[in-house]
Design a protein around this ligand. Structure first.
Ligand SMILES: *Cc1c(COP(=O)(O)O)cnc(C)c1O
Length: 382
């Protein structure tokens, strides 16, 4: 089976992990700090807070921005469940903003229009979580301008986008956001098996998220309500979780990070080959916006005739091509429908979903395997 995405673990990665297993630290220790510094330096954010998944990072990002009951959080319907669930973990209300039909990211014009309406009704969002779908950055400058005008905070769900660029900076540098979140799940750009990281420029947000990933505990005397009782002393000053990453995972991440640039290059070469060889077929290829360089986590095509999508999907699967579909619009999930959302609420995301197929896209995809994908697709669409 040729999967739609897969990790690349080298002998060097394995050696790094094995070495940690014999060291003093297995759980969060010096390697986690090194991994945080390395990712922060790579994308220019200042601070990185490593956690056990991007889902956890999104949760503590919302908490650090004081999202709670009575607050509204908006995100894209074209995303994985976690981008919306994180607001619900905090007791906030979630809503969605439809996508742009070209980029499949949250549409800034839709966002502006929805903000105008919300302003007159008095329920503006506290936080907007934008999602860099397939690895392509959202129009962050426009979104930042709206955040200033309407007074909300911005989280970037950059789970697909470590290694990507927006204008002249790297995704994750938080120039136009409060916090950006990466995922290190094996299908993403680099992996720690499970893992994620929240990036920020704000040292206080970083400190708060570090506390929230470890039970809300502090050893900082300044934050305590009484003098320390001794070197063992700590205080819990708010409710946090155990969201820690292990040193075993962190060394894998450090080792993988060294290859990220090459990985993204390779993904672009694969995309270029798809673009050349799929010309003229009744499919729509992913648009690459001029303001961004995508990390190309996914290569989602749209079958022009929605009624044909299932046949093409099944045909690809039948010849050993593990295509997938990203994403089922979150608002159409039963859990979200029970909250009052319905099919038809975000039609652009739904129309996109009805036609979408994610083709294999990963740095070790062999040319012969890509040829097989292309020729199978040509046969199925003839
Ligand atoms: C994968 C993914 C997540 C969750 O990542 P985990 O590390 O598996 O928790 C969140 N948002 C998006 C857009 C994702 O693709």
């Amino acid at each position: 089976m040729i999967p739609y995405g897969r990790q690349d673990v080298t002998a060097d990665d394995i050696a790094a992990v094995v070495e940690v297993l014999g060291s003093d630290w297995l759980t969060q220790g010096p390697a986690v700090e090194r991994f945080e510094s390395a990712v922060a330096a790579y994308c220019g954010a200042g601070h990185g807070v490593a956690v056990n998944s991007a889902t956890s990072a999104l949760h503590i990002a919302c908490m650090a921005l004081d999202v709670g009951p009575g607050d509204h959080v908006w995100t894209s319907p074209n995303t994985f469940l976690a981008s919306a669930n994180c607001a619900l973990y905090c007791g906030a209300a979630i809503d969605f903003v439809d996508i742009d039909p070209q980029t499949y990211n949250m549409c800034p014009r839709e966002l502006a229009a929805k903000l105008e309406r919300a302003a007159t009704q008095g329920h503006l969002p506290k936080v907007v979580i934008v999602v860099h779908f397939a690895g392509q950055s959202c129009a962050m400058r426009e979104i930042h301008e709206l955040s200033v005008r309407f007074g909300f905070r911005v989280i970037e769900d950059a789970s697909h986008a470590v290694g990507g660029r927006y204008l002249d900076s790297r995704v994750g540098d938080c120039r136009y956001s409060d916090i950006a979140v990466f995922s290190f799940h094996p299908v993403k750009l680099i992996t720690t098996a499970e893992g994620g990281m929240a990036m920020t420029r704000d040292p206080l947000l970083a400190q708060r998220m570090m506390r929230l990933r470890s039970h809300g505990m502090t050893r900082d005397a300044v934050l305590m309500d009484q003098p320390s009782e001794g070197p063992w002393y700590y205080q819990q000053i708010e409710l946090g979780y155990n969201y820690r990453l292990t040193d075993i995972q962190a060394v894998l991440g450090i080792s993988q990070l060294a290859r990220l640039e090459d990985y993204v290059e390779r993904r672009h070469a694969i995309a270029e080959r798809y673009r050349e060889q799929l010309q003229g077929l009744p499919v729509r290829l992913p648009h690459q916006a001029g303001f961004a360089r995508s990390a190309l986590h996914l290569y989602p095509i749209q079958i022009e005739q929605a009624a044909e999508r299932r046949r093409v999907f099944d045909g690809l699967r039948a010849t050993g091509i593990g295509v997938n579909v990203h994403y089922i619009p979150v608002h159409t999930q039963p859990y979200y429908r029970a909250k009052g959302f319905a099919h038809g609420d975000f039609p652009v995301a739904e129309q996109y979903y009805a036609r979408a197929i994610s083709l294999p896209m990963y740095p070790t995809l062999a040319s012969a395997d890509q040829d097989h994908v292309i020729s199978t697709l040509r046969t199925l669409l003839r």
